[in-house]
Design a protein around this ligand. Structure first.
Ligand SMILES: *[C@@H]1O[C@H](CO)[C@@H](O)[C@H](O)[C@H]1NC(C)=O
Ligand SMILES: *[C@@H]1O[C@H](CO)[C@@H](O)[C@H](O)[C@H]1NC(C)=O
Ligand SMILES: *[C@@H]1O[C@H](CO)[C@@H](O)[C@H](O)[C@H]1NC(C)=O
Length: 443
């Protein structure tokens, strides 16, 4: 009895001592400089209307490069159809803020065009060099247990998936790859910054909390992410809100003395149209940003930037907002031909949206029952979390392949409506029932 009390007292004293012995900068042991730093930067889209995704990624390249991560340890995947796009009034130039510098300059692109796809992305991430032999530069993340890895992906998304130009990357496949990398000791710590709509759904309920992986996302599981900086001359958006905010913060601050947490709090406040979220190992918040973005000081002069919130629009409205602007300009100039053309484009977008709505309603009515309006409404309006990944992946891939009118994977309005497929799968209706409804509606 007395012995136990005695040892209890010692324990208390011991834990008190330890509490006081921890210096405020106790994260220091994690700040290992001996390992290498790797960065994988990916823009998953193509086309002039998606200018901003590649602009973000070029900007990210300069951040990690100018903070000292060597060229050999940075891998860039982007379609590369923007700088010399026929619609670019400034050939060879990409900017990421109004009046900004040319961020395309100096960027080495490892994987372009058709090589920007989910399989290559996962191979590069997991260091599977033999799988990308003869593809692009063939460079992969060759990291070991000492190294820190930074991944930045920017593009369109939907519940449980992120898009590439022709294909989807599903949440399960991404998380399995990250888990494998952890098991194979392919990183000391990994930081993932993800800008897509519904980006939270890629990690919530899937990411391991004790695998030294921290994911920061532009939005929660059910929200759009936002484009910003509409450029009148280029007639497209120059950046995305979350991306622009974290990168402008990184450009201004000393990355050796700002923690991930500090940046998260600032960016979360600035990105006020969606909820910036964090998933995984939240203890990593204590690490300095330089742990992932490079230890060297970057002394280049940072240009002032306007507030990106002022003209932010949800990703699915980028198309139509641009056309409305073109129409207003044409009207101001009394250019009737241009007015008619932009009106045609606006009508085409509206028609496509209506078609998407009708298609989704039709599928739901077949699955939920023609007269069951209450159930139909729940399927159309609900915002369920995704757990039945098998059903959802099958259904979404089927829609992409068989339902041409939805324009998957590129049409953001259709992508947003995939949450209806989440609702159906979670009800749970059987995969077969949903597939057979799709057959009837789309074929
Ligand atoms: C995401 O944000 C929306 C809008 O604020 C909110 O209604 C919804 O509950 C949030 N979802 C999650 C999972 O946090
Ligand atoms: C977001 O912040 C901007 C200023 O930065 C402000 O004009 C806007 O009203 C805010 N929006 C919301 C939804 O709070
Ligand atoms: C923009 O609109 C066109 C025509 O409706 C469509 O094909 C394209 O996928 C849309 N892009 C996005 C990002 O939604």
């Amino acid at each position: 009895m007395t012995t136990r009390m005695w040892s209890g007292a010692v324990l208390v004293i011991f834990s008190v001592t330890v509490t006081f012995a921890i210096p405020p900068d106790y994260q220091l042991p994690k700040l290992k400089k001996d390992g290498k730093q790797w960065a994988l930067l990916v823009a998953g889209s193509n086309g002039w209307g998606n200018y901003r995704h590649q602009a973000d990624v070029c900007h990210a390249y300069h951040i990690v490069r100018s903070h000292g991560i060597p060229e050999e340890q940075i891998i860039v995947m982007m379609y590369d159809d923007i700088a010399y796009n026929a619609e670019n009034p400034y050939p060879g130039e990409i900017i990421n803020q109004p009046g900004g510098e040319n961020v395309y300059k100096g960027v080495t692109i490892d994987y372009k065009g058709k090589d920007v796809n989910p399989k290559t992305f996962l191979d590069v991430l997991q260091g599977k060099e033999e799988n990308v032999k003869g593809v692009g530069s063939g460079k992969v993340i060759k990291s070991n247990s000492e190294d820190n890895v930074f991944v930045n992906f920017v593009d369109h998304g939907a519940p449980g998936l992120i898009a590439f130009p022709d294909q989807f990357l599903h949440a399960m496949d991404l998380n399995i790859a990250l888990d494998r990398m952890h098991d194979n000791k392919q990183f000391h710590q990994l930081l993932f910054y993800l800008e897509t709509c519904e980006s939270g759904s890629m990690f919530s309920s899937l990411i391991q909390k004790d695998y030294n992986i921290l994911a920061v996302t532009a939005a929660n599981s059910t929200q759009s992410s936002y484009a910003c900086y509409f450029d009148k001359k280029r007639q497209t958006y120059l950046g995305d809100l979350f991306s622009v905010n974290w990168m402008q913060n990184s450009d201004k601050r000393n990355l050796n003395s700002e923690t991930i947490e500090e940046q998260f709090q600032i960016v979360r406040k600035e990105t006020n149209q969606s909820h910036v979220m964090e998933y995984g190992d939240l203890e990593m918040n204590l690490l300095m940003l330089s742990t992932f973005l490079g230890y060297e000081q970057d002394n280049h002069i940072v240009l002032d930037a306007p507030n990106p919130n002022l003209d932010a629009v949800p990703s699915e409205d980028v198309n139509i907002t641009i056309q409305r602007y073109v129409y207003r300009m044409a009207k101001a100039e009394n250019n009737e031909q241009e007015m008619a053309e932009s009106l045609d484009r606006i009508n085409a977008i509206m028609k496509k949206r209506e078609e998407t709505d009708i298609t989704m309603k039709h599928i739901v009515s077949l699955v939920a029952g023609d007269n069951n309006f209450r159930e139909q409404d729940q399927m159309l309006m609900g915002e369920n979390n995704l757990y039945r990944h098998d059903c959802y992946v099958t259904v979404v891939e089927y829609l992409k392949d068989k339902c041409d009118r939805l324009d998957l994977p590129s049409n953001r309005y259709s992508l947003k409506h995939l949450r209806i497929m989440v609702n159906l799968c979670e009800r749970p209706y059987s995969t077969d029932a949903i597939i057979s409804a799709i057959d009837k509606v789309c074929l």
